[in-house]
Write a protein that binds this ligand. Structure first.
Ligand code: HMG
Ligand code: MG
Length: 306
């Protein structure tokens, strides 16, 4: 199969990235990050999550961040909503501040489901169903994130059948598209392809996105393996921010800068300005007091300085 000629990147840095920061990150910095991402050409941004602030304090400013962002036409802003309480909070603001898309998030592993959202896979689907229905009724798009599709920090290897099962449940409640997440970055190309193929039993290739954490340095290879299957929607974090608070040791998503460098080098269009993206990664990393976790960023900045 020929590789896709264009790729749509969803930057999840403001959410997946910053949710894991120990130090408080001011809402103004998060808002500025969203603005810089959209100015760099990102057309999908996962902004925040409407989860319990006791579980994830870092996202407690969700409403403030959604209120503060300056919307740009053609950009899709998404937020995580694990239950009706989260969904109601996400639409408590005036319509102009509603998310364009909400994300329900489940897991292919029972143990991870329990640790992350405090319920079984079956219970999670029961909680998601009214959220999906309510969102659709209001004209809000719905995505489903599927965690631990390759490996789980508690259960180890995850069989593709479990991914297929979850994808079927997500399809059954009306989720329009799904993310196949390697939450702890243990996947290698063939395993990731098996998880994607299991998902493709229930979703069309245009409805599936790859969400690869880079813990073992496999995320770019896994992205290429997904492209080989025609999967052209991918999630990444500027500056490689992040990790999941309920997946100990898991590092950030693959850096958006590294994915863009690879894709552009292959002649694949992303609509993203790599230089502006690198500056965005520097901005957020400086705010956090560290270097961007992106090899392409480092190399290009070294070259610039020379
Ligand atoms: P629970 O304790 O089972 O919920 O948590 P509950 O319904 O029993 O409510 C308990 C308390 O939480 C109550 O407050 C509720 O009002 C409140 P209290 O009476 O004790 O004061 N509550 C809420 N508050 C705000 N917003 C809400 C909400 N719901 C209940 N939406 C719950 C269940 C899902 C809420 C909890 O487990 C939770 O918030 N988990 C957060 C999980 C999370 O955010 N994880 C990180 C994101 S997932 C991820 O990173 C993976 C991904 O990137 C893909 C990948 O890489 O795998 C997407
Ligand atoms: Mg993630």
């Amino acid at each position: 199969m020929p590789l896709p000629t264009r790729v749509r990147l969803i930057d999840v840095g403001p959410r997946d990235g910053l949710q894991n920061e120990k130090q408080p990150v001011p809402a103004a910095i998060k808002i500025e990050l969203v603005h810089r991402l959209q100015d760099a050409g990102l057309r999908e941004i996962e902004v925040t999550s409407f989860v319990s602030p006791k579980w994830v304090p870092q996202m407690g400013d969700n409403a403030e961040v959604m209120h503060g962002i300056r919307r740009r036409e053609g950009v899709r802003y998404s937020v995580l909503t694990p239950n009706m309480k989260g969904f109601e909070a996400a639409i408590a603001a005036p319509r102009a501040e509603w998310p364009d898309e909400i994300v329900v998030f489940g897991a292919a592993s029972e143990a991870f489901s329990q640790k992350n959202i405090n319920c079984s896979i079956a219970e999670s689907i029961e909680r998601f169903a009214p959220v999906v229905e309510a969102a659709r009724a209001k004209g809000i798009a719905v995505r489903g994130a599927m965690s631990c599709t390759v490996g789980c920090p508690y259960e180890g290897d995850i069989a593709p059948e479990k991914v297929k099962y979850l994808a079927g449940l997500m399809r059954g409640i009306g989720v329009a598209r799904v993310d196949v997440a390697d939450t702890i970055g243990v996947g290698t190309p063939r395993k990731v392809q098996a998880a994607l193929e299991a998902t493709l039993a229930h979703f069309a290739v245009d409805e599936v996105s790859g969400h690869f954490h880079d813990t073992y340095g496999q995320a770019l290879s896994n992205t290429l393996a997904a492209l080989e299957l025609g999967v052209w929607n991918h999630q990444s974090s500027v500056a490689g921010l992040g990790g999941c608070p309920y997946a100990k040791g898991a590092t950030g998503n693959v850096a958006t800068e590294d994915v863009v460098y690879m894709l552009h080098g292959m002649g694949i269009d992303t609509g993203i300005d790599l230089d502006a993206l690198i500056d965005t990664g520097v901005f957020i990393s400086q705010a956090l007091g560290r270097e961007p976790n992106s090899r392409a960023s480092k190399a290009i900045r070294t070259k610039r300085a020379g």
